[in-house]
Write a protein that binds this ligand. Sequence first.
Ligand SMILES: [Zn+2]
Ligand SMILES: [Zn+2]
Length: 385
Amino acid sequence: MEKIKKVLDDVFDELVDINQFIYENPELGNEEYKACEAHVKLLRKHGFSVEEKYLGIETAFKATYASKKPGPTIAVMGEYDALPDIGHGCGHNMIGTIADGVGIVLSKLVDDMGGRILVLGTPAEETNGAKVDMADQGIFDDIDIALMAHPSSKTNLEIQSLAMEAIQFEFTGRTAHAAACPEQGINALDAVISTFNSINALREHITSTTRIHGIITEGGVAANIVPEKAVAQFYVRATTKSYLKEVVEKVKNCARGAALATGAEIEITNYEKSYDNFVMNKTLTGVVKKHFDLNGFDVESHAVSMGSLDAGNVSHVCPTAHPMFSISKDDLAGHTRALADATVKPYALDAMKKVILSLAATGIDIINDPSLLESIKAEHVNTVK
Ligand SMILES: [Zn+2]
Ligand SMILES: [Zn+2]
């Protein structure tokens, strides 16, 4: 641990700077040019070879440091997208910075121990998570462990994140004067309203942990014209992929029924990528917990609900740790300006240092103990079927 601390102390000021820079320059998903450039520059400076625009995604990157000795491949995942209006209200400026920190620290130790360290820049977690494409395209096939950490109000190592599908219903009807000749019109907005009502009836017959929430993005242009086009977008979320599939079909039937009832045409699409539920690896989480405890974190014993995460897709193809860590003594709600502001205060920076130490130490344990990696992988195979 002393050696890790020494290596981290040498680079910590650079990490504080990049965290501050990204906080001050928030960019929306898939537009994180400044953040991506800053991460790539820092990682190159510390000897990583970097593939930019990874998998054809403008603001994604893959940074590699390979020792000359054989050993496991450990990937640390960074995020750096912000939210509209509230900037880094989810604290992703810290997530990317932690990924750099863990990657750089491990890179300076693996020449002796063996193994390969990757830092993956994964854009647009809040909307069109790049990790979905990365998992689909098999980039985790030769990665043994994926690590990351997310700032929060409390420290929780057990997270629940729901499988999620983003569905859009676009109804097309026929315009007509709403008072002079309404009988000639087909009301697309009625189809949307009917969809919402049917979904509200459906809620009584789905499990209580399932979530269906939507908005109307188009609902007509003037009250004296029968709406020709109306669009609604929904997120449907459930604890497992298989149950999600069942509920999504029922939700689509609500919309199909509304189309039939009104005579409107319907087009169903996915307006964002679908996220998988997060699969916890207890063995890996146990190693992370040991180091969180050693670094003085007050780890909550219950699991915390996270909505949905694109790290869920990674957890189905590779053992993944996604701890949440406290960045303030005060209670903070996610997606707020208060959380964004907390990410650059001394309490958060101290927590950031302890998280980097904890995740780097987790990586070292895994590199040094092949039987530990075996057990983590065995659990993964058994839980992901
Ligand atoms: Zn968020
Ligand atoms: Zn987040």
